[in-house]
Design a protein around this ligand. Structure first.
Ligand code: NA7
Length: 547
């Protein structure tokens, strides 16, 4: 049970209409929308700047893996016309500049409070139908609605390695990189972790370090980004067709545009398959290989054809055959962990000062004051860069003391895995919406398109409630149970749940194994959400209120 403060008396009118937690892509757009409805809204942001994911992930090489022109807001045609992306895949600084531009252009900053972490929220289940939100600055605010815009990858997974605090050199984490330049010239650097963050950082860290040792537990499949500057002509051409492009994005399955495959990988011959995979590899698109055939994510034999194709590419790039084999993923099907887009990742291992330690052969025993001790030796280093990932999708929410009806905390309710209806509302936690949280398409889609769909649905819902004098909306236990079953059933038709990935919560010790995202695609999901809103949100439990 919780120790949070008691809720306010039912008669007290809330100080605010809405509190939004987080000032990244989700929080900024939600603020814009709720303000347009005339709601008294505040965004509370833990960091000392806006930007969310794109503020925190400042490591060298941090870049989006969806094309910038698609990974950007679509709600304002004027914004589309005035903003210029410089590269096919924007770097973190450019994405942050974009979000600053959005905040300024739409005058959002005045309702954003920085350096204020929401620590808890308690629901008044009397007639008040309000949340009392508390912060680490000692503030308490009452509000009718709360929107968790805390992102999918914001709870950093601290390295679960003995002795991690004893290192006498400099310890860094990709999700909390220093603001000032880190000069690694002449330094011996260790990188622990080879997910997307590690893979983006390693080539840049290798440019400076005297020695770079990569500690790899599981190799991943990485595809070349083929990043390049965007020409003025390309940009002009895109801007001319932005309206139709944005409309098509909204109708798409994953927020990016491509022709869906029609054939099985097993019904074509080897030469044709190879040619198709070469094209996907050269496309420089994250899903370039996933979208080649219908059965890549559902049939192991089909998947193995593309997995072996990537391994053949690794062998063709990495000159030392033993290193190439160490870097070759063999323990999980292609795409069941998020693939990575890289720039020079595999070729970095051809440099004489770069090496990889295969932790499946010589596991890390501990971090020592001098470096990293594996089962066979101690690796002395000056700097350790942890690229060990996140408590994805649920971590940021269960970190807060959120107390719903009956004094139950969200943490308690989700002890066996997240439960909600449509990823939007969890039964017993009324008026508390989540943007791209668990059991929604979130990490399996272009996040910005998914965010816009959620924010717009939440905004329409709140507008409806206010128009009709309804002060409480809750998911019904029945609808929630059906949704959780539906999400699990869809995932079970794929290879995803067969793999220990952060999609399954498997990277965090003790986290329940549940597939955390909706695999049915954005298009179908959007239809589900629209259907649930029909008939005055009849799929939810609604109550009238006191004010
Ligand atoms: P990821 O994808 O979770 O990668 C974390 C990496 O760190 C992965 O290689 C892990 O190996 C490794 N890891 C984690 N803990 C340890 C320990 N204790 N010892 C050795 N290695 C460890 O996080 P990223 O930040 O790279 O990317 C997250 C997402 O952000 C990414 O997919 C994009 O969507 C954006 P493991 O695989 O668990 O064996």
């Amino acid at each position: 049970m919780h120790t949070a403060p008691r809720p306010p008396s039912p008669s007290a009118a809330p100080q605010l209409d809405a509190v939004i937690v987080g000032a990244g892509f989700s929080g900024l757009y939600q603020l814009y929308r709720l303000r347009a409805l005339g709601l008294r809204t505040r965004v509370l942001e833990a960091c000392d700047d806006i930007g969310g994911t794109w503020y925190r992930n400042r490591y060298p090489g941090a870049r989006c893996d969806v094309e910038s022109t698609a990974y950007s807001f679509s709600f304002s045609p004027e914004l589309d016309q005035e903003w210029e992306w410089s590269e096919r895949y924007a770097t973190q600084p450019e994405l942050l500049r974009y979000l600053h531009h959005v905040a300024d252009r739409f005058d959002l900053r005045k309702d954003i409070t920085l350096r204020t972490r929401v620590t808890g929220a308690v629901y008044d289940e009397g007639d008040g139908h309000t949340w009392q939100v508390t912060t680490d600055t000692g503030e308490t605010v009452t509000t009718r609605f709360v929107v968790l815009a805390t992102g999918c990858m914001s709870a950093v997974k601290e390295p679960d390695i003995p002795g991690a605090g004893t290192f006498a050199g400099r310890a860094l984490h990709t999700a909390d990189w220093p603001h000032e330049d880190v000069d690694l010239t002449g330094r011996r650097v260790a990188v622990i972790g080879t997910g997307c963050s590690g893979i983006q950082a390693i080539p840049l860290l290798a440019e400076q370090a005297a020695e770079l040792t990569v500690f790899q537990r599981t190799p991943v499949y990485a595809l070349p980004a083929r990043n390049r500057p965007l020409s003025a002509a390309e940009t002009a051409e895109l801007k001319a067709r932005y309206p139709e492009f944005r409309a098509a994005q909204r109708r798409s399955k994953g927020g990016t545009l491509f022709e869906p495959p029609t054939r099985s990988a097993l019904e074509v011959d080897e030469a044709e398959r190879r040619a198709t995979y070469e094209e996907g590899w050269d496309s420089g698109v994250l899903s370039g290989l996933l979208r080649t055939y219908t059965d890549i994510l559902v049939d192991r034999a089909a998947n193995e054809t593309v997995a072996e194709f990537v391994r053949s590419k690794i062998r063709s790039i990495v000159t030392d055959p033993e290193t190439a084999e160490t870097l070759s993923p063999r323990t999980f099907p292609f795409g069941t962990k998020r693939p990575c887009l890289d720039t020079g990742y595999y070729a970095t291992y051809n440099k004489p000062h770069v090496s990889v330690v295969d932790l499946t052969k010589t596991p890390i025993v501990e971090i020592t004051p001098r470096g990293v001790r594996t089962s066979d030796r101690e690796h002395a280093v000056d700097v350790i860069a942890f690229a060990t990932g996140f408590d994805a999708l649920t971590g940021s929410q269960v970190a807060m003391d959120i107390v719903g009806k009956g004094g139950t905390t969200l943490r308690e309710k989700w002890a066996d895995g997240p439960r909600n209806h449509l990823g939007l509302l969890s039964a017993g936690f009324p008026n508390l919406f989540t943007v791209i949280g668990p059991l929604s398409p979130s990490v399996l889609s272009n996040a910005v398109v998914a965010i816009e769909q959620h924010v717009e649905w939440i905004t329409d819902c709140i507008a409806h409630l206010r128009r009709n004098g309804i002060t409480e909306i809750d998911a019904t236990p029945r609808a929630e149970a059906d949704w959780c079953t539906h999400v699990a059933d869809l995932a079970a038709q794929t290879l995803y749940p067969s793999v220990d990935s952060w999609y399954m919560g498997a990277n965090v010790p003790g986290k329940p194994r549940v597939f955390l995202a909706y695999t049915g695609g954005l298009e179908r999901y959007r239809a589900e959400c629209d259907a649930a809103a029909e008939g005055g949100y009849r799929a939810f439990a609604l109550s009238g209120g006191a004010d």
